[in-house]
Design a protein around this ligand. Structure first.
Ligand code: PEP
Ligand code: MN
Length: 361
């Protein structure tokens, strides 16, 4: 078993035999039947903590905002029937009071709430003297202090079981992920608070169910203590976050296939090295995705050029671009030779691709 896990195990006694903790359940509680059937299937997988959003923080108005308080009765029934621990998101005093009344076992604080110290303080004040476990998601912006601040506010209120959930951060530019993983942020959080449970939410990082297994494995490779994975009976028909949810059967396959890295030998400080390697893997995946997107655009450009009788090779534009990239690369500490080589390779492939469009029989 991983170092520190023994301590964490006593506070969070929900670890599986592979040595990590799983929280699963739908993004949102939708209907009584959905909650009960999902809970039953999650329970059959041996998972002990069942999640469902009851109040949903939606970015734009007009989307499904959760069933509200009524769904807490369904969660309570599922908890009693299947012996599960339940967790719901709370974002204000009333949510906390309602969740406590309906015997929710673990509260979780969402990423849009962690950003606001006033709201966190309101939740902490409500919990004064009530020692319920609380999981805190990282804020939507990459600010470790804000995340730590939320932890400290709850601890000051007397909450002794605070855990953290890493769910990535917002970004302006479109990327492979819905929320950029920013693994360094979680690594920094753990460096500051190695005593706290730290789990990963691959569903909200990916925004896309195909990527969930890869992110879950990366999280375990980075020595996270567990995973929160959105699970829905019919993901495509989910009332929120349809693209990122997986079925209980897919969750079973995912959990079976996850490989838990072995503990490093005592006295050899390699874990920082492994963290760095995983960050590199992540960056390389992004590079490949970007190259693929670039080549798709090259293909569109080739069709445009062909239709307007333009030459494939536009020398003036290319020279301007390379000059800009060299300048930009230099300012970021990258050698001229390196940038030159990379763009020569990209250019050669682009010309080749365009040739295929131009001279296709
Ligand atoms: C959720 O878990 O459904 C959710 C709203 O997450 P986040 O706060 O990470 O966006
Ligand atoms: Mn969700």
């Amino acid at each position: 078993m991983k170092k520190d896990i023994q301590d964490k195990f006593s506070k969070w006694p929900f670890f599986n035999e592979k040595g990590f903790l799983t929280v699963a359940g739908p993004c949102s509680a939708e209907t009584y039947e959905q909650v009960m059937t999902t809970a039953e299937q999650i329970h059959q997988l041996g998972i002990k903590v069942f999640r469902a959003g009851v109040w949903k923080p939606r970015t734009r108005p007009g989307s499904f905002e959760g069933v509200g308080k009524e769904a807490l009765d369904w969660m309570l029934e599922a908890k009693r029937k299947y012996g599960l621990k339940t967790t719901v998101e709370v974002a204000n005093r009333q949510h906390v009071l309602d969740a406590l009344e309906k015997e929710v076992d673990i509260l979780w604080i969402g990423a849009r709430t962690t950003v606001n110290p006033f709201t966190i303080q309101e939740i902490a004040d409500t919990l004064q003297g009530i020692d319920i476990p609380v999981l805190i998601k990282n804020p939507v912006n990459p600010d470790v202090d804000l995340w730590l601040g939320a932890v400290e506010r709850l601890e000051k209120a007397g909450v002794t079981r605070v855990g953290a959930i890493h769910r990535g951060v917002s970004q302006f530019n479109k990327s492979l992920y819905r929320n950029k993983p920013e693994w360094e942020m979680a690594i920094e959080f753990r460096k500051q608070r190695p005593d706290l449970l730290l789990i990963c939410d691959p569903s909200h990082i990916s925004g896309n169910r195909d990527l969930v297994p890869l992110i879950a494995q990366t999280a375990l490779d980075l020595m996270f203590d567990g995973l929160m994975i959105e699970t829905h009976l019919s993901p495509d028909n989910a009332w929120s976050d349809a693209r990122q949810q997986i079925t209980p059967m897919q969750l079973k396959l995912l959990l079976d296939e996850l490989v838990v890295p072995v503990e490093f030998a005592e006295g050899i400080e390699l874990s920082g090295f492994e963290d760095l390697r995983n960050v590199i893997n992540d960056i390389d995946n992004q590079l490949i995705q970007l190259l693929s997107e670039r080549m798709t655009i090259v293909n569109d450009i080739a069709h445009f050029k062909k239709a307007h009788n333009l030459a494939i090779f536009q020398e003036k534009r290319w020279n301007q671009l390379v000059a800009q990239h060299l300048e930009n690369g230099k300012s970021k500490g990258l050698s001229t030779q390196f940038i030159q080589k990379i763009f020569n390779a990209i250019h050669a492939e682009s010309i080749d691709k365009q040739g295929q469009v131009f001279y296709k029989k």
